[in-house]
Each structure stands twice: as C-alpha cells, then as structure tokens.
Design a protein around this ligand. Structure first.
Ligand SMILES: CC(C)(COP(=O)(O)OP(=O)(O)OC[C@H]1O[C@@H](n2cnc3c(N)ncnc32)[C@H](O)[C@@H]1OP(=O)(O)O)[C@@H](O)C(=O)NCCC(=O)NCCS
Length: 317
C-alpha cells in the first residue's frame, strides 16, 4: 500500500480521517465517548503547522499520520500521531508512516519527537520498539456527578479566604491576580506556567468561548491576592462530560485544604447551574500524589493510564 502526503485536505479527506480515527478509538478504547467530527477537523486544521500522510484504502484511508511542528526546530519537539485501521495492523503500515515522519523531522533539523499512548494498547509496544521511551504517565479519572457528595467539603471555607467565581474569560479586575496564580502551575508543567500574564489568561478564556465551550472558574482570594483556583470546561456540543482544566494553589497558601474546597464548591455550582453535566473527566501526572488524593476524596474513579513518550530523532527508523 502506498503512502501519499495530504496537503490542504478536502472535505472528503477530513471525513475519511475522522472515520479512521473513530474506528481505531472504538477498537482500542471501547466505551469511551467518540470524538466529534468537528473536533477532528479542528485538530487537523488548527494549531501549529504540520504535515499529514495517509495510506488510501477504497474511498477512505487505511492508515494516517500527523506530524505537528510547533515553535522552532531548535526549541521544540515534533509531535507524532499515527492511526492504523484495526484490520490492517501488524503489516508494517505504522512503521512506514513513522519513517515518513522521521524523515520530515530530520529534514527540518529537529532532534526530538514526542507521542502519546494509552496503556495496554498496541501503541505501547509499537513506540517502545521504535526508539521511544516513556517520560510521563498520567491517570485519567472520572467523577459521576450523581455519586458525588461535595456539600461538606464545599463548606470548609478556610479562615481568611473569600470565594469568587465567573464564567467565560476572567473579569478585568481579577486578570492580574489570576495570571499570578496561574504561574503556580509551573510546578507541574515543567516551567511553561511562567509565561502567564493578564493578556494571556484573557486570551485563553476567549479561545474556549470561540470554540463554543463554557469555562467555569472558582477562585479563592486572600486580600487582593488570588491564592488558588480551579477551572472546568463544559463542551458546547456534548455537555454530558465536562473536563477539569487547571487547578492550582500558590505555594504560600498550600496545606490549608484550599484545593479540595475550591473543587467541591465548583461541583456544587455545576450541579445547580448545569444539571445536564453527568460526569467530569480529569488527568493527573502519576507523580502528583497530592492532586490524585484530592480527586479520590471527591469521588473521582481511576479510568485509564496515558503515557507520554519521547525519542531522539536519531533513534527513529
Ligand atoms: C500503534 C499502531 C499505530 C501500530 O500500527 P501497525 O501498523 O500495527 O504497526 P506495525 O505493523 O508497523 O508494527 C511494528 C511493530 O510494533 C510492535 N507492535 C505493534 N502492534 C503490536 C501489538 N499489538 N502487540 C505487540 N507488538 C506490537 C511490533 O514489534 C511490530 O513489529 P512485528 O509486527 O514485526 O512484531 C496501531 O496499533 C494503531 O493505530 N493504534 C491506535 C492509534 C495509537 O494509539 N497511536 C499512537 C501511536 S503514535
């Protein structure tokens, strides 16, 4: 089977791509909500520049590969995502597509590649046999809201702290304090959090609204300072499953149960405001023992494990 590069994908090619990704997901991840076609298209056409390849099969695709090329070759890794139709696996198609992506990375002078896999799926032996090593494991957890009992924790109100909450982009009067609190996330995001400022927090909120999703934020103020916050996004087209975004408590306010208080307040708010939300999904790095414990106490149940992989481009096939 031949590999073709897909440039400026037409509508039919976007549909074929979505069809293949959905078939792979159904096979490897039964029971999970399927991605929305608009999500697949947004992912393919939005974001950083990249390259796409496909193995045509009939009117559709038998396998596809996307390579994203964010930032500059000197500073950022290339991101690889490959999907092979379940009935066409173990015939070398995945490896052939990886070879294409590796050649493009070499041509650009990139030194590192990253990829993601769900634990227990064929992606793990595929990546590990092709030069990748696991650099981070995150645990996906889901909270069925009907089973949650957040009222007691929501009443904690640690002394000296005051709640604020808003929907959509942060109000102007809180933007500077919110950006400061966002920088506390740097602990868990290998320093990337340090780039937050008032403009960027506003833009991030606007981007969620532009996609048609609703962003809910609950924060704790200590005097004029924001001591911590938690964010949930409810998708506009599938509100049944909401997603936990960032939660952070700035270092000097830790150890006072602020994190669990804010999350419990958020749950009671969502229940009142958005009864159509049935569950909340969250991901936490396996080394973030504190947040995992908070989520367990709130009733989140472990679902699956994601692995992030990294490879030196020199080690790829
Ligand atoms: C991971 C995936 C792309 C592999 O595609 P593929 O076409 O089956 O891969 P290949 O035939 O090139 O396999 C290469 C090697 O990977 C390893 N491998 C792949 N699937 C495996 C499996 N199910 N069990 C054990 N080893 C496996 C083997 O060493 C294999 O070589 P072999 O067949 O000679 O033993 C495919 O399973 C898939 O689409 N998964 C879902 C999408 C996904 O998770 N992608 C993330 C990776 S970017």
């Amino acid at each position: 089977m031949d590999i073709v590069e897909v440039i400026d994908p037409a509508d039919g090619q976007l549909d074929a791509w979505h069809d293949l990704v959905s078939a792979a997901l159904r096979h490897d991840h039964p029971g999970e909500p399927e991605p929305d076609p608009a999500q697949t298209v947004g992912w393919l056409l939005g974001g950083p520049r990249g390259r796409l390849w496909a193995v045509p099969q009939g009117d559709g695709f038998g396998a596809v590969a996307a390579l994203r090329l964010p930032g500059t070759p000197a500073t950022r890794a290339g991101e690889i995502e490959i999907h092979v139709r379940p009935g066409l696996r173990r015939r070398g198609l995945g490896t052939a597509l990886l070879r294409e992506a590796a050649a493009a990375l070499r041509a650009e002078g990139r030194r590192t590649a990253i990829a993601q896999a769900l634990a227990g799926t064929p992606a793990v032996p595929f990546l590990e046999g092709n030069g990748f090593r696991c650099v981070l494991t995150t645990r996906g957890m889901v909270l069925p809201l009907a089973a949650a009992e957040p009222a007691g924790l929501a009443a904690l109100n640690p002394p000296g702290y005051r709640l604020v909450r808003w929907t959509g982009p942060v109000p102007d009067r809180l933007a500077v304090a919110y950006a400061y609190a966002k920088r506390a996330m740097a602990d868990h995001t290998d320093g990337r959090g340090s780039a937050w400022n008032a403009d960027k927090v506003r833009e991030t909120g606007e981007a969620v609204a532009k996609r048609g999703d609703d962003l809910y934020t609950v924060a704790a103020l200590y005097g004029p300072q924001m001591a911590g916050f938690t964010e949930i996004v409810v998708p506009g087209d599938a509100p049944e499953r909401a997603f936990q975004y960032d939660t952070a408590v700035v270092p000097e306010h830790r150890g006072r149960r602020l994190g669990i208080w804010l999350k419990a307040v958020m749950l009671t708010w969502l229940r009142d405001e958005r009864p159509e939300v049935l569950e909340i999904e969250t991901d936490n790095a396996d080394d973030n023992a504190h947040m995992l414990a908070v989520n367990r106490e709130l009733g989140f149940q472990p679902q699956r494990e994601y692995r992030e992989y990294e490879a030196a481009v020199a080690d790829l096939p």
